[in-house]
Design a protein around this ligand. Structure first.
Ligand SMILES: C[S@@+](CC[C@H](N)C(=O)[O-])C[C@H]1O[C@@H](n2cnc3c(N)ncnc32)[C@H](O)[C@@H]1O
Length: 301
């Protein structure tokens, strides 16, 4: 199942202690929460996720901590953190942890996050999001596709891909992630091959699937990810107690830039990680998802 990324570093920066209250704002498969609760039996964790599957999975996995009252699991968007705490009658917390991106549960959920999926949905939560990836690629106008691909995927062939998608959908619906990844893959592969063959006779090898950036862009748009990060992190900073910490784990430059800028502009916080912490070669070897992870920590002063 999901292998938590940089979990030892998260624990090192958190130093879980009795009687402290921590928020795991992206509970996922509860990898961080489980470790925190096992280290410090007397602390309390509020675990938040907006994905029903993550909630059910974590509740079952950590039912002992739920029963003992050390764990509270809430299904919500983490941007609503202030209201969540108010409902629980909690004024301040000692740390908030964000681990952005997808859990393995989601990647394997056949909701369109993987290149070979038969559906094209990409919503992390069907309670808090409405537009699907299907709607975007089949209904959005060409210029809006260009904007999404460019802004959220930083894909330099955005115009070409949007144009080809519009041409394709005139004769056929794009129903699955598999179909989308093949359409984008074919466009980019032939484009890159032409560019490459001008300079070399070698076979081209691509490190990532050619549709990676387009999938990232659509997923970010569907789940309003960047706005959520901005609002969520700022709200978390407001509910921290003195010496409390925010720990974030980002997986691409768009996420990391938002977090870095928020942290940089707050003089009531001290930056603990001058440079982001990244995974060791050993961690990357046994957990591929850690290869792009960047961990940042700030402390309220
Ligand atoms: C990478 S996983 C977290 C994995 C977790 N740290 C673990 O060790 O198992 C990210 C989780 O954050 C959740 N998530 C993303 N955006 C969210 C939001 N705005 N509100 C609540 N949960 C969110 C996703 O549904 C997903 O389950």
């Amino acid at each position: 199942m999901h292998i938590p990324v940089l979990v030892d570093k998260v624990i090192e920066f958190l130093q879980p202690k009795e009687n402290k209250i921590y928020v795991d704002a992206t509970l996922g498969c509860a990898g961080y929460t489980e470790k925190i609760l096992n280290i410090s039996k007397g602390c309390k964790v509020i675990g938040i996720d907006w994905d029903q599957q993550a909630i059910e999975y974590s509740k079952e996995k950590l039912k002992n901590f739920l029963n003992s009252g050390n764990l509270v699991v809430v299904k919500d968007n983490f941007v609503n953190l202030k209201k969540i705490l108010k409902d629980l009658k909690i004024n301040q917390v000692d740390a908030v942890i964000f681990d952005f991106g997808l859990s393995t549960l989601q990647i394997k959920s056949c909701r369109g996050f993987s290149f070979n999926d038969e559906t094209l949905d990409m919503r992390m939560s069907d309670s808090f999001t409405s537009i699907t990836a299907y709607d975007i690629v089949n209904k959005f106008p060409q210029q809006q596709l260009v904007d999404i691909f460019y802004s959220y995927g930083e894909e330099k062939f955005s115009r070409l891909i949007a144009k080809k998608i519009i041409e394709y959908r005139k004769s056929k619906e794009i129903k699955s992630a598999k179909q989308l990844s093949e359409i984008v893959g074919n466009i980019l592969y032939s484009r890159k091959k032409n560019l490459f063959l001008k300079n070399s006779k070698q076979k081209i090898e691509l490190k990532f699937h050619p549709a990676t950036k387009i999938f990232q862009a659509i997923r970010i748009f569907v789940n309003n990810e960047l706005k959520n990060i901005e609002v969520g992190v700022k709200n978390a900073m407001d509910v921290l107690s003195l010496s409390g910490r925010i720990i974030t784990v980002c997986y691409h430059s768009l996420e990391d830039r938002i977090v870095k800028n928020i942290f940089k502009n707050r003089n009531d916080f001290k930056i603990i990680t001058k440079k982001p912490v990244v995974a060791s070669d050993e961690e990357i070897r046994f957990n591929k998802s850690s290869r792009s992870a960047k961990l940042r920590v700030v402390e309220k002063i």
